[in-house]
Ligand binder design. Sequence first.
Ligand code: NAD
Length: 472
Amino acid sequence: MKARNPRTGQEDHEFAVSSREEIAAEAARLRTAQLGWEAMGPEGRAAILMRFADAMEAAAPQIAAALRVDTGRGAVSWIEVQGAVGNIRRWATRGPELFASLDRGPKTSATPGIEIVTDYSAFPLFGAIAPWNFPVILSHIDAVPALMAGCAALVKPSEVTPRFVEPMRDVLTQVPELPLAYVMGGADVGQALIEEVDYICFTGSTATGRKVAEAAARQLIPANLELGGKDPMIITASADPDWAAGVALRSSIVATGQACQSIERIYVAREIAEPFLAALVAGAQAVEITYPDAASGHIGPFIFPSQADKVQAQIDDAKAKGARVLSGGTVEVLGGGKYLRPTILADVTPEMDVMREETFGPVLPVTIYDDLDTAITQANDTEYGLSAAIFAGSLEEAAEIAPRLEAGAISLQDGALTSMVGDATNQSRGTSGLGPSRMGDTGLTRFLREQAHIRQTGTPLLIDAYREGQAG
Ligand code: NAD
């Protein structure tokens, strides 16, 4: 299978797709390894995960170099690799504490004479299917707590961004005790993976998430789905328009907007709309693309070329329905890569595609509101419910609004904080996801199966207790 370089448009990388037999063999190998892995206990596993983090950190230049080609991003690739290392260390530290705090009993049952002890064991084989937008982070974000829980982990990265796997496999040779492996390929490999594992975590689009959920239902295995979003940001009349514009811009365009938690709709109070829009346009116009010099500028090319076409179609639809383009607006093909400068749209209406469908690009449609209740209703008028943001004159004011938004995580006085905060438990709403939070302690405890040990401390009943003619 070939992979395209997002900066040049060339298919310059070839990789082997895992066959069904290879996937089955890898799953069988991991299942055997998992027995010893879980038997090591939390402290033993944490020590090996720390070694994994050290080895990954030492190989960060190689991993980031591969990721740079995968994604066309320099600074973000480095931050991403460091973030993935930090995620391993965080779980290796928190994991043993969490195991120590598990409620194992014994506790007295409401049934006379019975005492209950709870035993915890991991789902043996965990599987992950990851998207292309943050290939390293999202291939490991669930696998690491699963490993800490005692599972073995089989991961399928996106076929769009496969290059980072080679240096990661080199890292794994330094921690041979770690039962983690990668399988490579597209949808077929994803489906084959689901048939092999006991628990599946999927990160990707809502459309594919439904297919994963169906396949998991056939296998009767749990599926955690982390899907798309259409995150709104509400900016109230008391907010500082300059700060609000700066935060909105960053939250919307970082990584070329190719982040699930990107701000994709802005609702600003009429009282500050004029200075807000002026600051937003000035900020957008100061943003540089990373072409021709990959080492300078702020935002790079689209990773997946058809994504650029989809974003352009949304902009064109909005224009045709009366939106005004205040900056950007046209995908540029430069050196074979597809780029879009920050695009600000005014006079948008709820029926435009850009207000309903996930954009996944650096586009900010701005709606001016006259009363907050209407803004909240419009912000909630979406099938998605991933995250949202509020920028107000004070934290207290933002906190009053937060519970009224239909989303799993709300950033207050900032935007898109879910990408930076790993320990804030949240559950997506609507079509943005399903299952326990990957953030916070449930990120690990969801991989533990509870086994009840029901102890009889009194006298067991005999069959005569059920003899007809005694009751009533
Ligand atoms: P995608 O759904 O196209 O692909 C994701 C993964 O699923 C890839 O590895 C792909 O090979 C695999 N796949 C495709 N078809 C499959 C099938 N039928 N069965 C099993 N696996 C299959 O998503 P994408 O375009 O790579 O990523 C972008 C999407 O991911 C956006 O919608 C974004 O919002 C979402 N996302 C969500 C989060 C989150 O935490 N909620 C984080 C990042 C990205």
